[in-house]
Design a protein around this ligand. Sequence first.
Ligand code: PHE
Ligand code: ZN
Length: 883
Amino acid sequence: MRTEQALPVRLADYRPPDWLVETIELDVSLDPKATRVRAALQIKPNPKAEAPAPLMLDGDGLTLVALKLDGEPLAAGQYAATPDSLTIAQPPQKPFRLEIETVVDPSANTRLMGLYRSGATYCTQCEAEGFRRITFFPDRPDVMAVYTTRIEADQADAPVLLANGNLVASGEVPGSGRHFAVWHDPFPKPSYLFALVGGKLGFVEDRFRTRSGREVVLRIYVEPGKEDRCFYAMDALKRAMRWDEEAFGREYDLDIFMIVAVSDFNMGAMENKGLNVFNDKYVLASPATATDADFAHIEAIVAHEYFHNWTGNRITCRDWFQLCLKEGLTVFRDQEFSADQRSRPVERISDVRGLRAHQFVEDAGPLAHPVRPALYHEINNFYTATVYEKGAEVVRMLEVLLGPENFRKGMDLYFARHDGEAATVDEFVRCFADAAGADLAQFMLWYSQAGTPEVVAVGSYDAGAKVYRLDLAQTIPPTPGQPAKEPMVIPLGLGLVGRDGRDLPLRVADGRKIEHGVLALTKPAETFVFTDIGEAPVPSLNRGFSAPIKLVANLTADQLTFLAARDPDPFNRWQAVQTLATRLLVDNVAALRSGAAPRRDPGLLDALGAILADGTLEPAFVALALTLPGEADIAREIGRDIDPDAIFSARAALRAAVGEHLAAEFAERYRRLTDTRPYRPDAENAGRRALRNVCLDLLVAARRPNAIALAAGQYQSADNMTDRMAALSTLSLCGVPERAAALDDFYARYGDDPLIVDKWLGLQASIPESATLDRVKALTAHPAFSMANPNRVRALIGTFAMANQTQFNRADGGGYDFIVECVRALDPKNPQVAARLIAALKSWRVLEPTRRALAEAALRRVAGEASLSRDTGDIVQRALAES
Ligand code: PHE
Ligand code: ZN
């Protein structure tokens, strides 16, 4: 185990910067191995800091070439430069100009932070701390400067030169074969939002007229030849721009908005001011190459990055502890956008599924942390489901508690009060408290307390008194560093559903109010008594998933079946089916492990049949309702002593039972949903395809005669990637000759298209069979695979570790060993991606004893590595820590 641990960064230690940077002029001369960076900083003392202070600039692996202060070279004794810092002990205590020259090697940059090359393209990634890999700078988000960027490059190698802001000059450098472009961004911004791009790129162009009448040029830059795959992203961008004007009153502010798609990118995309850089996976799409899910992701991520222009860029974060200020809020905004563009209930169900699959698991394990952490060793490890998705839930709860009008007032106040600033979460919440006249002190616990609250709800009806009594109790489990918790304010959307499926009017006995259909639980335990309730109702709780909690309610199977059929809240209709299925699956996993007979649940099968037959429901919703809880969902519910094989078997048996029970209906619906019109990616058509493909999948799960042939036929005849991939993934679950044939055919068709090859890699990595580990190992040597490309790594190795429960968790430990080897190989090259990979082992403590010991040993092997990156070191230390 490594002993020397760098000191953590603590929120409590925040101090304003001693020095501010008003402007920075960058002059970057691009070269594959030696890019020269000249930076001229106009620096001044921060009036808010205690003077006099030394000037300390951040660096990361930099080589200083020259340094001047107010035009004069500094003598050796006047400064200290290391690769990681530049210090001037006694700078003038007044404004001055500092000129710094560094040289960086973009071709050797395998971490993909700072200036690097993706193929032949030069690009940058600066969030969170990548700017310091380009030049020495106070690389912290509360230092906001106005940037002017001159880029120079070989005209033939890099005909396109882009940076933040508006283009102010360009031209040739006579006689050198080189050219230049100068970009100016008038909006002060933190260094993490800086970007430049240079390369041979094609583009598509469009225009957007803002509601105040300004004309904005929109461009999406891609590898030449891929321009025809940008149209959906462009369409999504224009819809996002319009929506932000309508929903939040936010307009775009520069003359041009650019997106650049690159093939090598650690994350999804990056909101650099005026110059978003995207993982090309979230830009490129055509019916033949992208699935409906890909289209939906592109729409959401294009919108997300665009929305950051106000929530993140114009108002940025004071420090990285406030990361959820931009990310949680912006995820909330992109979820609302998708809900408005598509189907609100379907969007909500998908978002909650994602939250439970990722954030609930994180919150229940050793990496649990508050939405606003108080301490970190490596900020890169805090781009998490908790900061993003739970952060979005916290913003949503503000809306649920205060109501849409007060929520909008609070947002307006936030934009008015903090535009141009680096703000904090406290300042954000204060805007809502001020706008709504609400006390949000207790609400702040959502930002500081980690762990998923559990609410136990017990309802009882007194027919004589016509009273319905609801007893609620909350507990918040201990998490690392937080053994004991305060009670939180939990907004519970509530309905009491009568026999006829309508909500009964709600009157609380003691006069407490139910506002916006929401009851706020604020104490450890509370009782609500509803009067004038003329019949025994069925309670529908946490409607729309109003709070990110685990709800345990004493509902009978009959009550759940009733809600599945009749709840006016579509989310809880879906939830009722999930709860029924989860209860059955948990029971059957236990039965399997003890050699007892599994339980059958005709009620669940009938509930599914009723939903399938309900013509009023949209197909996308039906598809979600028919999708049984995943293996990871079941494991999360069981919570301890997990045996992934038993979970797999119980789930497979239930899928087969559903397929068998509803075989005729599935076959019929499959046929009726067959569509011969040309593919369109909109939500309604996607929903029909989703339902049709669920029908196919369950027919195959039940091994119905001809089902394999049906799937193989759909694979062959599909005219779009959604249906082709759906057929292939259905086939991939069966060890039939048709599978091998289809997989070979798929590679033959798409082998030269990396994004489609990723689908092929991922599919093979998720096959739940013991041969998969060897197959995945073999694929790491396939010419289409590369450890240097994050998308390839995530598709093959990431999918294996995160989405293949039985094979990653093989009882012989081979899955863990493989991941350890991959992390060892990757960590020196790209620590961020390596750290995310090793985090797949974070839930080791909930496994049954044999696997648990193997997983722990695997983590300890990584922890014992001699030179581990801070990223990976931080994850394994926390994963192993006794909390
Ligand atoms: N800020 C990016 C987003 O919009 C994510 C990101 C973080 C990208 C760090 C790159 C590096 O969510
Ligand atoms: Zn974001």
